[in-house]
Structures are given as structure tokens and as C-alpha cells.
Design a protein around this ligand. Structure first.
Ligand code: NIG
Ligand code: FE
Length: 419
């Protein structure tokens, strides 16, 4: 029997429909397509009908008779959450640096002294593939319990060809084995290794001439990302790396203007990046250029929260016409969270987004940020049957009761994976 699943009678079925071709912008970010007492039917992992119980039964009573039924009475159902920016494959933790920051040390100073990204790089280089796999799988399990069904996963804690490949191979295996889908990004330009501190251009050449070709040849990544920040990679170096990636078919992404305005947003627009991420200190000119060039702003308020920094100006970006997505930035240094629901809370309370916009930002717009909106991010006929059922009676409750996990049931490709 084919796998047939019927989710019946959700208090609110939130479809986020109508934005599979172009991300939702401005007022459209608040149009989340709520069906009251909504139901959805899937077969073989794909959605085949969306509507009320009455509407669907008229056409598909026979299939419903064979279906596994999930009763959603009194709860809401959304598309499976999409987390479009994570550094999930790493070894070790950095709670010691957290304590140092609480004593007043700056994040970038810790990194420049050989800690920060370098500390996680050492731990990741030392870890075997099996250890890296186990530690990362544990985090994915928790993400799934939190209602996340697809993530983007970056390399960037290897920083040599051998260890970047190791990280990407682990992500590939996790994608195969785990219910969560992982879409990989190569981020060899995550930091300048301590050995190249005085010759960063030499490392840029290694990324371009040594790492990128083999990552592309082995088909290990879809995107290419750079940490464009003072003391890390300049806008010029970032542009070189991202343009080189394009020649290998890797789409550009960029960590831009996280700590200070440094031209990363402008660079994102110039290289036609699919997304620019962080943007805590993006300039007005950068925002305008990104809006004009359809660069999606992937905002990571967990990082501002955890680094005790100013938040990105989400309201200004949305009002300027940028499509905005939200993500955890899950990593051991600047955002050790696995909860996209907490990120939604921060989007509302710290960045001026409304409860509907944060749902769009973690579903269809997040899917666009990883070029997967043709498959996931909304509840529409033909798309993957990825759903999260939350134990709340309406969508406002999701970002109102904060700091808790409301996910109750998670469905991936038509199969109940969390019940
Ligand atoms: O996105 N900004 C650069 N990279 C990560 C942090 C990585 C780390 O501290 O380990 C980020 O915030
Ligand atoms: Fe990041």
C-alpha cells in the first residue's frame, strides 16, 4: 500500500501558499493562507489535496479510507520548518568562551587570539568522521523534535581541503540517514587559519584553487559562503571567492555586516548572492541594493541575542522590499540554539516582525534562501508532505508563549517521524 497520510481538522492549517516562484515580500509576508478546520492529504510523500475535510472527502474518500489519520483538532499545522543557515556539523563546545564574554571579553578578540572559530576548527580537525557524525546527529534529532524538517548545513570548521571534505562528507551521510534533509554549503572561507594570519591572500588562493574545484567535482555543496568581516575576509576577497565558486556552479551566499558595516551587503548585491546573512549592521545603501537585486536577507537574531549585540533592522528591510527569512545560525560560538521557534519569538519581540511574517520567514522564504521553494516551504499540491503540528490553538500562540517547544507531531515526506 502506498504511504497515504491524512491530517484532519486543524484549528488552523497554515499553507503559506502562492509564493513558490517568487519569495513573499512586504505585505505578502503576512498572507499565510490560513484554512480554518483545514485538512491535508498526501500519498507517496507528496501532497495531493488541501482544504477542509468536507472538500477533500468529496474527491478522495477512497484514499482517506486507507490513510493513516492524524487528528489535528485544536492544533495548528504549518509546512515543516526550514532552517536556511546552520553550522551544525562540528565537534566540541565553547561554553568557556561564553563565560569569558560574560566577563567582558569581545567575540572577535577571542577569535583573533586563536579561540572562537579556530577553537572549533581544532576540535573538528581532531574528530574522526564517526565522532563528527554522532555529535551532529544528536543535534539534528533535537531539531526534528523542534519541528524542523530541512536545514542548510555549512562546512567551515575544517579549513584545510582534507577536513573541509570530511565535514561535507559527514553532512552528505547525515542527509542520507536522517529524516531531516541537509542542503550543503561550502564555507572554506569561514576564517583565515592562524598559520596564514600574515598572508591571508595565500589562503584565499587555496580556497579558490584547491578547495573549490574538489568540492564541486565531488558534488558536495550547492552553495559557497564567505565570512566577510573586518579581520576575516575583505569585500574584495569575498567577491573573488564567490565569483570563483560561480564558475564551479556554486551559488553565492555571504555572512555580511555581522559585527560592523563593512560592505558585505553591497558585495552580496554585486555578486547576485541568493542570500546575505546576519546583516546586523547593514547600511541603508546596502539594504536598497539588496532589495533591488533580489538578495534574500537571512536574519539570525539568535546571534544578536547571544552576542548581546544590536539586532538587524528587519522592519526596514521588509519595508524596503527585501524578502526576509529567519534562521538559527546553529553553531557553538555565536548561536548555540537548535530552536527556530525561539528565533520566531526574537523576530517578533526584537526585530519588529509580526507573528505571520515570522512564519513566512521560517517556511517559504527560508526555502527560497536555499533554492528549494519548488519542493518545500508551503502546503500546496505537488510539494513534499513535510508538516509540523504545533500544540497551540492558533498561530499567534506560537510566538506568544516563548522559550518552549510547541512542536507535537512532525511529518517528513508523508511519514510521521515525531509523534
Ligand atoms: O555565523 N560569523 C561567522 N560564523 C558563525 C560563527 C561561528 C563560530 O563562532 O563558531 C556565525 O555567527
Ligand atoms: Fe553563520
Amino acid at each position: 500500500m502506498p504511504n497515504v497520510l491524512y491530517i484532519n481538522n486543524a484549528a488552523e492549517l497554515i499553507t503559506v501558499k502562492g509564493y513558490s516562484d517568487i519569495p513573499a515580500k512586504k505585505a505578502a509576508m503576512s498572507e499565510i493562507g490560513i484554512i480554518k478546520n483545514g485538512s491535508v492529504l498526501s500519498k507517496g510523500g507528496k501532497i495531493i489535496a488541501v482544504g477542509t475535510d468536507e472538500e477533500i472527502r468529496k474527491e478522495h474518500q477512497d484514499l482517506i479510507d486507507q490513510a493513516e489519520i492524524v487528528d489535528a483538532t485544536g492544533r495548528i499545522v504549518t509546512p515543516g520548518l526550514v532552517d536556511p543557515h546552520t553550522h551544525i556539523v562540528y565537534a566540541g563546545t565553547r561554553e568557556n568562551e561564553y563565560a569569558m564574554r560574560l566577563d567582558g571579553k569581545a567575540y572577535m578578540d577571542i577569535m583573533n587570539a586563536g579561540g572562537g572559530i579556530h577553537a572549533t576548527t581544532r576540535a573538528t580537525q581532531q574528530a574522526t568522521s564517526a565522532e563528527l557524525y554522532e555529535q551532529s546527529k544528536n543535534r539534528l534529532d533535537k531539531m526534528l523534535l523542534n519541528g524542523i524538517t530541512t536545514i542548510e548545513a555549512k562546512s567551515g570548521y575544517g579549513l584545510t581541503t582534507e577536513h573541509e571534505l570530511k565535514q561535507l562528507e559527514v553532512a552528505k551521510k547525515l542527509n542520507k540517514d536522517h529524516q531531516i534533509d541537509l542542503i550543503s554549503t561550502f564555507m572554506g572561507a569561514h576564517a583565515v587559519p592562524m598559520d596564514y594570519k600574515d598572508n591571508p591572500e595565500v589562503f584565499v588562493d587555496i580556497v579558490i584553487n584547491e578547495m573549490l574545484p574538489v568540492v564541486a567535482e565531488k558534488n558536495l555543496a550547492v552553495f559557497n559562503d564567505v565570512f566577510c568581516e573586518r579581520g576575516v575576509f575583505t569585500p574584495e576577497q569575498s567577491r573573488r571567492i564567490l565569483e570563483a565558486g560561480k564558475k564551479h556552479g556554486l551559488k553565492p551566499k555571504i555572512h555580511a555586516d555581522e559585527i560592523e558595516p563593512y560592505g558585505g551587503s553591497e558585495t552580496a548585491a554585486e555578486v547576485n548572492a541568493i542570500s546575505a546573512d546576519h546583516l546586523l549592521r547593514a547600511s541603508d545603501k546596502g539594504i536598497q541594493m539588496m532589495a533591488e537585486n533580489d538578495v534574500i536577507g537571512v536574519l539570525l537574531p539568535g546571534t544578536a541575542f547571544f552576542l548581546m549585540a544590536e539586532y538587524a533592522e528587519a522592519r526596514k528591510m521588509i519595508d524596503s522590499g527585501m524578502a526576509v527569512a529567519l534562521s538559527t545560525d546553529a553553531n557553538p560560538g555565536s548561536s548555540p540554539t537548535l530552536s527556530l521557534q525561539f528565533i520566531m519569538n526574537l523576530g517578533c519581540l526584537e526585530m519588529g516582525m509580526n507573528p505571520k511574517e515570522v512564519i513566512t520567514a521560517t517556511t517559504i522564504n527560508a526555502a527560497h534562501a536555499i533554492d528549494a521553494a519548488d519542493r518545500i516551504g508551503s502546503i500546496e499540491v505537488g510539494k513534499d508532505a513535510d508538516f509540523t503540528m504545533f500544540d497551540v490553538k492558533n498561530h499567534l500562540m506560537l510566538s506568544y508563549q516563548y522559550g518552549m517547544n510547541h512542536a507535537h507531531t512532525v511529518v517528513k515526506k508523508g511519514k510521521v517521524v515525531v509523534a
